[in-house]
Design a binder for this molecule. Structure first.
Ligand SMILES: NC(=O)c1ccc[n+]([C@@H]2O[C@H](COP(=O)([O-])OP(=O)(O)OC[C@H]3O[C@@H](n4cnc5c(N)ncnc54)[C@H](OP(=O)(O)O)[C@@H]3O)[C@@H](O)[C@H]2O)c1
Length: 292
């Protein structure tokens, strides 16, 4: 049975990957913290920016596949703490890849692009406009120079909502509107949002097919964030009048955001023979799974 080391395993995407992969692979799920109800022989607390600890875990577990989901993902936090972002998003990738000759799967991001003319294909030229985007792009470039067999998946606006989800856009919208709060959502950021379970499925097929190279991934169509929120309210039967459309500039965030983004999925569709489900189908499946 293949051995897969999953880093950042208790984040948003990690939950979906554990669900997707643990039934047929030998998994070691690591993260900065392991929730009490997830502690087992298959989980471990590991800071991937600790070079020695990473080497020890690799030597002991001897993974065939390293699935690196861990990252400092707080985009404004990265802007305020560039050293921390460098450490988690670049240095740690080097420690994980160091001496590893197996299949390395990295999750990159659309934030490596400037957002002037998305949606983007794999041949478009990156031009990150934030520390987060810059560090993720550095990791992508570093991996190209290693001896590992590398698959780089680049999703955009990853969303999931399960009983384990700490934070996600869908969870925030649903929980806020259920609590009858009014929320402001930008209508000038464009993406094709990516359901974690769809991406986990793509990752599993990528492992089976020993897929090599860079692949963009996202949902079935590009929409702005306000439109996405409207679809969430439709599916979850919530009051959409509590959502105000605003502009990104009004948020005064520390890091600039790529506005016209989105990821073209032709290459991965062809490589794996898949089609992303509609965003409505994905959200309905999430709602069904959450039902008691
Ligand atoms: N979310 C999106 O919209 C999006 C879009 C495109 C690409 N991505 C990429 O997809 C991947 C997964 O994203 P996600 O949404 O699942 O993010 P997430 O929910 O923030 O999960 C990332 C996990 O990594 C952990 N982590 C951070 N620094 C670490 C370190 N030094 N050592 C070990 N673990 C560490 C985090 O722990 P803490 O929570 O305790 O910090 C968290 O549990 C990331 O590589 C991200 O860059 C995400």
């Amino acid at each position: 049975m293949k051995r897969i080391l999953i880093t950042g395993a208790f984040g948003q995407l990690g939950e979906a990957c554990i669900k997707q992969l643990s039934h047929r692979f030998n998994i070691l799920a690591v993260d900065l913290f392991v929730p009490d109800d997830r502690k087992s022989d298959h989980t471990l607390a590991l800071d991937i920016s600790d070079r020695i600890a990473v080497a020890q875990v690799k030597n002991k577990f001897r993974p065939d596949v390293i699935l690196n989901l861990a990252a400092m993902t707080n985009v404004d936090g990265c802007e305020r703490n560039p050293e921390g972002a460098q450490s988690a998003n670049v240095d740690a990738v080097q420690y994980l890849a160091d001496g590893f000759k197996g299949h390395f799967i990295q999750i990159s991001t659309d934030y490596i692009f400037d957002g002037n003319n998305g949606p983007y294909s794999e041949t478009d030229i990156p031009n990150p406009i934030s520390v987060y985007g810059q560090t993720k792009w550095e990791a992508d470039q570093y991996l190209e120079s290693t001896e590992c067999m590398v698959t780089t998946f680049r999703p955009n606006v990853v969303y999931g909502y399960t009983k384990y989800t700490k934070a996600s856009f869908v969870k925030w919208v649903v929980d806020s509107l259920t609590a009858k709060k009014t929320i402001n959502i930008v209508d000038d950021q464009w993406n094709n949002p990516t359901w974690t379970e769809e991406l986990a499925n793509v990752i599993e097929r990528g492992i089976d097919k020993k897929l090599k190279g860079v692949f963009h991934y996202g949902g079935d169509r590009v929409m702005n964030r306000f439109e996405f929120a409207q679809i969430i309210t439709d599916i979850f039967e919530l009051d959409s009048s509590r959502i105000n459309a605003i502009k990104t500039a009004e948020l005064n965030q520390d890091a600039p955001r790529p506005l016209k983004s989105g990821m073209k999925t032709d290459k991965i569709e062809k490589a794996l023979g898949i089609r992303p489900k509609t965003v409505e189908t994905c959200l309905q499946e999430i709602r069904n799974q959450l039902a008691p």
